[in-house]
Design a protein around this ligand. Sequence first.
Ligand code: ADP
Ligand code: MG
Length: 320
Amino acid sequence: MHEFEMIRDYFRPLTMDRAEAGGLLDDAAVLEIPRDFDLVMSSDTLNSGVHFMDNESPANIAHKCLRVNLSDMAAMGAKPYCYQLNIAFANMPKEDWVKEFTDALMADQKEFGIFCSGGDTTVTEGGLLVSMTITGLVPRGKAVKRYGAKQGDFIVLTGDIGDAGIGVNVMLGVLKLDDPAHFLNACHRPVARTAISDIVQKYAHAAIDISDGLISDLSHICSVSEVGAKVEAEKVPLSYAARNLLDKGLVTFEDLFTGGDDYELALAVPPEKFETFKVEASKRGVDVSAVGVFEAGEGVSVINASGEALEFDQQGWTHF
Ligand code: ADP
Ligand code: MG
């Protein structure tokens, strides 16, 4: 397949005929920022061999790339607007590959309410690289930052923690499970909590999406907000499947809290607003849990049901 056919036949439909994308016939997209809104922008890149296996399915790569980008919009309290799609191919892909890749993007675009505004297609002498730059909109001055957590705020998490990290260990062959489907799915199709962007923006003092592990990402909120965080391990929401592995001793709290790739949100919510936040989140199909409190001090500590501190060797995932 020729590059221009790929753009015309497979990427152009992803624009949903939005005027901003100009049918992918121009040099750049022209975005419309409504009065009294800020444009929020972020990029995330996935590399073959680093973020996905060399033979990973095009659908899984597409879902993961769009969703990790959407997750950053959720963490800022922004409503998704559009994204640029940049791909460096190691080899010219087969048409089936491009079809599966763009079908997966289209399915997620409909679910999350976003369109493709353009991108770039090139070749590389390394492995496949897929990168997106996503934009979102938030009322002027209302983007939620990592700083802003106050002493006394609840540490609030969306969804369940640890499933994706278990999935990564299954893929790496570190953990062998009879039925890993639930965990692999969590890893390939992160949830991206843009369904609650509006209430994150309304109720949270600070927010981050958990990409490198609960402890590691919470510690980012702590350092820039100049607070400490005390997490009660037993309150951290786990899936039934993860709880089962924990009870059997096949995974530890450390594995679950430092594994990464959750793409759930960690938020600082003032205690008096938590119940309202929880009800509003539930209306949007998202479960949230208060798992501890931000307090004076620095760093993240984790305590068990008897109040004893749990010591972890590692904090989370790093590339280097
Ligand atoms: P130029 O050489 O001027 O940069 P390109 O040939 O790279 O133009 O791109 C032509 C059009 O196709 C542009 O509108 C660009 O946004 C779009 N495009 C190229 N690659 C992609 C892609 N991977 N996904 C979406 N749009 C793309
Ligand atoms: Mg170009």
